[in-house]
Design a protein around this ligand. Structure first.
Ligand SMILES: Nc1ncnc2c1ncn2[C@@H]1O[C@H](COP(=O)(O)OP(=O)(O)OP(=O)(O)O)[C@@H](O)[C@H]1O
Ligand SMILES: [Mg+2]
Length: 252
């Protein structure tokens, strides 16, 4: 079954929407619209009665909400109706005395390993466990994880890091939600394990062309079980959020 993303101009180019229960990766450059797209997807579900959760790992919930309140998405109202949830799983500790003391007494070469549980990036296990609880408690059907890049998959062994990422994505599938994983990749052709492990990959471009104009565009890189093209389509931000336009090349 397909579910609507709620993004004008997107559903029609992916046979009506995303496949329910699958995991999709939205990657893109800074400021390309990842958060906005993710929020529109949750809001669309919430309006139809499907509860959604925004899992913030890097940016604070307050900042995200403040930015999204600028759009006509009714984020506040849907949150009050318990159809939209904001869950902060980022590191919580503030800078304080400890940091100053530690920088005075810890040699520079050791400072990078002075992470404590409170300031370390979350692990795939801790994120998954928390998300699982929220999904079960609130009957969440749509999930946005912002971002995959903020989870600590690091391992000395690259193969085990890759296994850890695909295991995380596979485990999410077992939760039964339709999930959008945001990721901060800046090169669409730098194929990574999360692109292989996801059911679909959408890239958001945001770059300066030769004439100095900013190009904003959306491109479907992969969408399993779906007939689609790979054109770069212009995008614009309206009062409702992102809107997908016609392919850029056809305008030339
Ligand atoms: N109210 C608005 N109306 C139109 N455009 C806006 C509005 N608010 C933000 N924008 C545009 O949206 C961009 C940010 O979008 P968004 O936060 O979704 O991007 P992102 O990819 O999540 O960014 P980041 O990489 O920083 O997380 C801004 O840089 C700005 O260009
Ligand atoms: Mg963002």
């Amino acid at each position: 079954m397909r579910i609507k993303t709620g993004i004008e101009g997107l559903d029609s180019i992916i046979e009506g929407g995303l496949l329910q229960g699958r995991q999709y990766l939205i990657s893109g450059s800074p400021g390309s619209g990842k958060t906005t797209l993710g929020m529109q997807f949750l809001v669309e579900g919430a309006k139809e009665g499907e509860a959604g959760a925004y899992i913030a790992l890097a940016e604070s919930i307050d900042t995200i909400k403040q930015d999204m309140l600028r759009y006509a998405m009714n984020v506040d109202e849907l949150e009050k109706k318990k159809k939209l949830f904001f869950i902060d799983l980022g590191p919580t500790i503030n800078y304080g005395e400890y940091d100053e003391i530690s920088s005075l007494i810890t040699p520079e070469f050791q400072q990078s390993s002075s992470e404590t549980p409170a300031n370390a990036p979350p692990t795939p296990f801790s994120v998954f466990k928390e998300v699982e609880i929220q999904v079960k408690t609130y009957g969440i059907k749509r999930l946005v994880i912002d971002s995959l890049s903020a989870i600590r998959f690091t391992s000395l062994n690259p193969a085990s890091e890759e296994r850890s990422i695909s295991r995380f994505i596979r485990n999410l599938k077992n939760l039964g939600c339709t999930t959008i994983l945001l990721s901060e990749l800046t090169k669409p052709d730098a194929y990574t394990i999360e692109q292989f492990a996801s059911h679909g990959v959408i890239f958001l471009h945001n770059y300066m062309d030769k004439t100095g104009n900013m190009v904003r565009a959306l491109q479907i890189i992969k969408m399993r079980g779906t007939k689609h093209d790979c054109d770069m389509r212009g995008i614009e931000f309206t009062y409702k959020g992102l809107k997908v336009l016609i392919p850029i090349k056809s305008k030339l």
